[in-house]
Design a protein around this ligand. Structure first.
Ligand code: ADP
Ligand code: ADP
Length: 229
């Protein structure tokens, strides 16, 4: 049983068809890189998987739960899918520690002490536990993105979704974030990642999915993908 399954998924913004019949099956533990030109629907695809965006047609099943537009399964899917955005999306008025504690306390009903323990554990995991008491603006971009990864991990999701996690970073910060992601990959986490970092893709991906104009036009293992036609 795959952990993510999309069947003929369509997404329309007004009259613009951002996804036009996407089929995608992802196994537990698989690392899938999504690439393709700007505007091809990559971001829309992963936003539909955790239901930030609602698809208009087709089926999306995540960890055995189908995303219907009225389901309480949506909350469960959000819990199962940690999302990392291009622009970190940390709350500026909360410390890194509190950013990490918030969702587990609110969404999972975990107590403050337990949430703190989890947060410290995952901040260590991404090597910024020493920054826990600071506010996002006091951290470098790379540190903020690692904090955002820790925050997602604190929900103990089964799947991590990354939407261009290094695109907003200065070049010297990209490496530290990719190293963190590689380390998660080697832990066996299921990962779906939109990125232009082809070196990372080659190293980490089980499969590379290439999108164009709202459709998956090619998918293959990195060796095949990068071999010259
Ligand atoms: P990518 O991530 O591949 O750059 P996106 O999924 O962000 O592509 O966008 C796909 C297309 O859908 C683009 O043409 C974009 O302008 C359009 N789009 C994305 N979000 C919206 C929205 N909220 N409203 C209208 N059009 C949108
Ligand atoms: P990305 O491709 O990284 O998602 P975009 O610049 O395409 O970045 O989109 C940023 C935000 O703007 C997203 O929330 C997207 O849904 C929205 N958006 C993108 N294109 C449009 C559009 N044509 N009309 C309205 N919203 C859009």
């Amino acid at each position: 049983e795959p952990i993510i399954r999309l069947e003929s998924v369509c997404k329309i913004y007004g009259e613009f068809q951002a996804l036009s019949g996407v089929d995608l099956v992802i196994s537990k533990g698989e690392k899938v890189i999504i690439c393709g030109p700007s505007g091809s629907g990559k971001s829309t695809l992963i936003r539909c998987i955790n239901h930030i965006e609602r698809h208009n047609r087709g089926r999306i099943v995540v960890n055995g739960m189908e995303l219907t537009n009225n389901g309480k399964d949506i909350a469960a899917v959000r819990r199962d899918t940690g999302m990392v955005f291009q622009n970190f999306n940390l709350f500026p008025h909360l410390t890194i520690l509190d950013n990490c504690c918030l969702a587990p306390m609110r969404v999972k009903g975990i107590g403050r002490e337990k949430a703190r323990e989890l947060a410290i554990h995952f901040l260590h995991r991404v090597r910024i536990a020493d920054q826990a008491g600071k506010y996002p603006s006091q951290l470098s971009g790379g540190q903020q993105q690692r904090a955002a990864i820790a925050r997602a991990l604190c929900m103990q999701p089964r799947i991590m979704l990354f939407d261009e996690p290094t695109s907003a970073l200065d070049p010297e910060m990209v490496k530290e974030v990719l190293e963190t992601m590689k380390s998660l990959a080697s832990d066996g986490m299921t990962m779906l990642c939109v990125t232009h970092e082809m070196g990372f893709a080659r190293e980490v991906a089980d499969r590379i999915v290439f999108m164009d104009r709202g459709a998956i036009v090619e998918q293959s293992d990195p060796a095949t993908f990068f071999s010259a036609p």
